[in-house]
Design a protein around this ligand. Sequence first.
Ligand SMILES: CC(C)(COP(=O)(O)OP(=O)(O)OC[C@H]1O[C@@H](n2cnc3c(N)ncnc32)[C@H](O)[C@@H]1OP(=O)(O)O)[C@@H](O)C(=O)NCCC(=O)NCCS
Length: 175
Amino acid sequence: MTASALDLRPFTHDDLPEIRQTLIDVHNEVYAAEMDDEFNQEFPWFVEHWGGHPDFSCVIGYDSAEIVGFAYGAPAKPGREWWREHLEVEPEKSRTFAFSELMVREKWRKTGAAERLTRGLLDGRSEALAVLLVDVTHPKVQALYESWGFRRVGTQQPFADSPVLAVMLTELPLA
Ligand SMILES: CC(C)(COP(=O)(O)OP(=O)(O)OC[C@H]1O[C@@H](n2cnc3c(N)ncnc32)[C@H](O)[C@@H]1OP(=O)(O)O)[C@@H](O)C(=O)NCCC(=O)NCCS
């Protein structure tokens, strides 16, 4: 499959009952080898948390009837965006979209699907910035985000049991 053949479908908060299990199934497959990690076991909680946001946005990619992967997020609360503590000078425009999850099933890795999902989620958004967190022990994933325009501005550990995460920020639209 080429990335251009990928069928991207957008979903919102109202669609959560329809897509909830799909997101969980993809996660459980992608993280199958790491499901003894308590943080990974909490994924359904995160789906509820993010999907419960009234402006939740999700893009699921399809290759014919097969699910390729997904990307989702929601606008960060104005004035409480994660990145603020990491920048000495805040950008003039600070409305931020929090890019929470990106997953691509093994069969569709290195096909450009991850970038298509990311751009499908972020293109056309009205926020000035997008922020995401990535495990600091996954430098190749960080490099991938850098290739799409994100830069690392700091690190944080949002929960006591979560890994240390790099905070990555970009201006929107993506270059
Ligand atoms: C991240 C992802 C969407 C990128 O897909 P892609 O653009 O097709 O790129 P790849 O899968 O080839 O990943 C790029 C590199 O990062 C590595 N990588 C990807 N996910 C990783 C992870 N969770 N942990 C450690 N390394 C990872 C890959 O092994 C690859 O390394 P390589 O070039 O030496 O083969 C996909 O790898 C994925 O779904 N990973 C699992 C979920 C994940 O980590 N999501 C990001 C959360 S911030």
